[in-house]
Design a binder for this molecule. Structure first.
Ligand code: AP5
Length: 207
């Protein structure tokens, strides 16, 4: 049976960090639209207009994102399910996903909302570093990277852009919560505490 899960939460709530647990637990791939866009940036194939939108902290237009997802969901590794991280982010994206799943005869199992108060998020993001080779996520204070690691500091993790991203989340993405609550798919998980504690809460929410 397939397992299809969405992780939703504000920037810095720990979606990428916790995705590792879900992908291992259910043997499904992580599909992160942010990672896909950054991979296109690295390979030089990302439209410069889209890159400018990302770097400013705004959302990429729905059509471009839905197109990315449609292409990704035909790949063979999605047959037994997948974890969506950072998608959908608007109600039109959620509606497009519903239509896509219906066409494939699939159904969403759960939408996990990682709940973290805004005042904790900026500090998490400005201190985030990502290993360029492995993609592993670190925090300079809570989870320091090993010496010699080749690290990336994301262009959108500067304090002003982080604030903008939080505003965008509250204005556009938070509207998804009542959308999924109405469908009885939403499960709230407290995202404050040690990452291992949050993993245990996620496990309980998904069992
Ligand atoms: P995206 O890459 O999706 O970024 P995001 O949603 O803003 O989320 P983040 O990756 O910043 O945070 P996270 O929740 O994964 O936290 P993490 O685990 O890394 O999107 C980037 C941009 O792409 C968007 O702004 C937009 O422009 C575009 N885009 C992407 N998808 C789109 C879509 N669907 N529609 C339109 N545009 C789209 O953790 C953060 C830090 O906290 C790390 O340092 C980590 O070590 C630390 N940490 C994690 N857990 C804990 C803990 N429990 N305690 C302390 N620190 C912790």
């Amino acid at each position: 049976m397939s397992k299809i899960v969405i992780l939703v939460g504000p920037p810095g709530s720990g979606k990428g960090t916790q995705a590792e647990f879900i992908t291992k637990r259910f043997g499904v791939p992580q599909i992160s639209t942010g990672d896909m866009l950054r991979a296109a940036k690295r390979s030089g194939t990302l439209d410069p207009k889209i890159l400018a939108i990302m770097d400013s902290g705004k959302l990429v237009p729905d059509e471009a994102i839905i197109d990315l997802i449609e292409k990704r969901l035909v790949e063979a590794d999605t047959k037994s399910g997948f974890l969506l991280d950072g998608f959908p982010r608007t109600v039109p994206q959620a509606e497009a996903l519903d239509a896509l799943l219906a066409k494939k005869g699939l159904k969403l199992d759960a939408v996990i909302q990682l709940d973290v108060p805004r005042e904790l998020l900026e500090e998490r993001l400005v201190n985030r570093r990502t290993d360029k080779t492995t993609g592993k996520i670190y925090h300079l204070v809570y989870n320091p990277p090993p010496a010699g690691a080749d690290l990336e500091h994301r262009a959108d993790d500067q304090p002003e852009t982080v604030k903008k991203r939080q505003d965008v989340y509250e204005a556009q993405t938070a509207a998804l919560l009542p959308y999924y609550e109405a469908k009885k798919l939403l499960r709230r998980v407290d995202g404050v505490g040690k990452p291992e504690e949050i993993t245990l809460r996620l496990e309980a929410a998904l069992s």
